[in-house]
Design a protein around this ligand. Structure first.
Ligand code: ZN
Length: 312
């Protein structure tokens, strides 16, 4: 077992992964306030939205405006999700720092989500890489392997298929890959096994773990990946979100719960815990009537946890 990372990046994905699966449309001004507060709390990586047609996701129709605001904050790395070449062209036009391309390891999920088989998505990824190079932009390309641990439609997803897709994505010229448990099927042993296999193929280009807390194992799965040296994790403030193809799914691990766990373990995040909790209250208010998740906001920090540790 490798030593645990000393520092971890918590990437906020609530504005995309969270908001895309709740019915409430959060106004652009509130999203900007969310990003401003997250930045003030120390967050330097935020997924701000998705360049999909507004008729499919009206919640994210203002992504270009939200991205433009994020780009005014020095040192903030804003990610946008792009489902296809058209979305990538919009991300390049906007000079996004990073685009996240979803690639489902489940054939059935891929058809349901993008109406394309995984190998057709790979062909599109190669086109996106060519488009990026032709544009002269520096926009980084990260491929997120979704349903890497199983799928509500297809059931089992073979680790061999995940490894094959990671290799193919790297061959297509992407800068980084991440593994996502989109529907909350993973357990820590599965995480250890799959990350270990993918690390052999991708090395330090495997940059992120994305765990939904659907069955309560989100933080345990983070810990399993931490033990393999993974030092970047996606999280949603208030644990919001789910998956349109995963009925009843809860969102990613809650940003504030993940931060608490890391601080308690002595791992630096650069995040201000009190500010994160204040932001959580705002987000819950904007999403009144929607399900929120997470634990630490109800209980507060333990007495044994000193303030300076909370702000590590
Ligand atoms: Zn997700």
């Amino acid at each position: 077992m490798a030593a645990l990372p000393r520092r971890v990046v918590v990437r906020e994905v609530g504005l995309r992964d969270g908001l895309q699966s709740v019915a409430t449309i959060v106004p652009t001004a509130a999203k900007i306030e969310w990003i401003r507060d997250a930045y003030a709390a120390g967050q330097r990586e935020i997924e701000v939205g998705s360049f999909v047609p507004p008729r499919l996701l009206p919640q994210l129709a203002d992504t270009a405006d939200v991205l433009a605001f994020a780009q005014t904050l020095p040192g903030l790395r804003a990610t946008v999700l792009v489902p296809n070449l058209k979305g990538a062209q919009r991300a390049l036009e906007a000079n996004a720092e990073m685009m996240l391309l979803p690639l489902s390891a489940s054939h059935a999920h891929s058809l349901a989500n993008l109406r394309k088989a995984p190998d057709d998505v790979l062909a599109e990824i190669a086109n996106i890489r060519a488009e990026r190079d032709a544009s002269g932009r520096r926009t980084q390309i990260e491929v997120g392997i979704s349903t890497a641990f199983g799928c509500t439609i297809q059931g089992e997803v073979k680790p061999e298929e995940v490894v094959r897709l990671v290799q193919a994505a790297l061959d297509a010229g992407v800068d980084a890959v991440s593994l996502a448990d989109t529907v909350g099927y993973a357990d820590p042993a599965m995480v250890s096994r799959l990350f270990e296999r993918v690390l052999k193929v991708a090395g330090d280009r495997l940059v992120c773990g994305h765990f939904h807390d659907t069955r309560g194992l989100g933080l345990a799965n983070v810990y399993a990946a931490l033990q393999l040296g993974i030092s970047r994790f996606d999280a949603c403030t208030a644990g919001i979100g789910g998956c349109p193809h995963a009925p009843g799914a809860s969102g990613n691990v809650a940003t504030e719960d993940l931060t608490y766990m890391l601080h308690s373990m002595g791992i630096e995040t650069g995040l201000d815990f009190d500010r994160l909790l204040a932001l959580r209250a705002k987000v819950a208010h904007w999403l009144q009537g929607e399900a929120t998740h997470g634990t630490i906001w109800k209980t507060g920090l333990p007495r044994t946890m000193k303030k300076e540790v909370a702000h590590a």
